[in-house]
Write a protein that binds this ligand. Structure first.
Ligand code: ATP
Length: 336
């Protein structure tokens, strides 16, 4: 359940793709104030394109084809570029998988964080430098005064990610988008970075959209999950009911193929469910139908719409009753 009901961000029928192919095929998603939402799904299903389309930082050739991205009452999908630049970093910040690609290797990290602050706020150099020290301290970098003078190569991967997080939260964004923020890090560091992000979300009342393959981290860390399959949302649910009783056959398959003892940073990437993701071209009906043990003739005609399962919980499947019944009786679900 979301802490409050004010959406910070609303994606409305968002469609994103390349000239010849649609990848994100009309998704609706709300993220509320202070809420941590995880976006999960197999490789290539459109998670990153969804995330990057929010700030219109799409790879070359990709574009928003339809729909709206509502933030603070503005549609970021059509906002003039100069207005969008004000929102990037200040209203919404982004953290990527590999911090080295975002940090300038020839500038001290303190200067980079300070410049980021000064690009968004009218603030003296001295005040920005002081803020940098507070931020480095906040993200757990010891001796910030000395560390601020160091260069990215002087830091370990985990510490560099902490610098990126300091930069991301420097202007108190209301929403942080984190695309696989721990994938490039050592296993022991991953949990520390996730704990830091969780701590900052609650200290700064910041909402977060986390893109991840790590269902263990999702279970431990998110308030709500949205499962994507082939460019559409298959299921959205609060964390607890999702992990105890996923309703969409694809969600059941994901959980069955990933679950280990408990949900504590299993560090496993999602293993595959039998079959392959349906081709993005020429799709008819439910994209999961070719891999789904519950598929019926109607599933192959029109893609299913999301329907209510319970408050705050929706799934897009014509066979929810059958999948739910098997869940109750403990019959076999989709398995890897
Ligand atoms: N130039 C292109 N033309 C057509 N399709 C492309 C092009 N570049 C990438 N794609 C497709 O876009 C999709 C990439 O989507 P996206 O990166 O959002 O997936 P993802 O769910 O984030 O995957 P991952 O978990 O691996 O990062 C892939 O299916 C890929 O095949």
């Amino acid at each position: 359940m979301s802490p409050t009901k004010t959406p910070v961000l609303e994606l409305l029928n968002l469609k994103v793709g390349f000239p010849s192919v649609d990848i994100v095929k009309g998704i609706n998603l709300q993220i509320h104030e202070g809420e941590k939402v995880a976006l999960v799904g197999e490789s290539g299903c459109g998670k990153s394109l969804t995330a990057f389309s929010i700030l219109r930082l799409l790879p070359q050739g990709a574009a928003i084809k339809d729909g709206q991205v509502i933030f603070d009452g503005l549609d970021l999908a059509t906002l003039p570029a100069w207005q969008l630049r004000r929102i990037r970093g200040k209203g919404i910040a982004l953290i990527l998988q590999e911090p080295m690609t975002s940090l300038n290797p020839v500038l001290p990290i303190g200067l980079q964080v300070a410049e980021n602050i000064r690009s968004h706020e009218k603030i003296s150099r001295k005040a920005a430098d002081e803020r940098v020290l507070d931020l480095l301290d906040l993200v757990g970098i010891a001796n910030p005064r000395e560390r601020a003078k160091m260069y990215p190569h002087n830091f370990s991967g985990g510490m560099r990610q902490r610098v990126m997080i300091a930069m991301a939260i420097a202007c108190n964004p209301r929403l942080l988008i984190a695309d696989e923020p721990t994938t490039a890090l050592d296993v022991t560091i991953q949990a520390q970075v996730m704990d830091l992000l969780e701590d900052l979300c609650s200290k700064l009342s910041m909402a977060m959209l986390l893109i991840t393959h790590d269902l263990g981290a999702v279970a431990q860390w998110a308030d709500r999950v949205a499962v994507m399959y082939s460019g559409r949302i298959a299921e959205q649910a609060p964390i607890k009911p999702f992990f105890t009783g996923p309703r969409h056959p694809y969600s059941q398959g994901l959980i069955n193929s990933s679950v280990e003892e408990g949900w504590h940073y299993t560090q496993r990437r999602l293993t595959e469910i039998k079959g392959t993701v349906h081709s993005a071209l020429g799709e008819q009906g439910c994209a999961f139908a070719p891999r789904c043990p519950y598929a019926a003739p109607e599933c192959r005609l029109t893609p299913p719409e999301l329907q209510d399962v319970a408050p705050d919980w929706r799934a897009a499947c014509y066979r929810l009753d059958a999948a739910g019944r098997d869940l109750l009786t403990g019959a076999a679900h989709v398995s890897a």
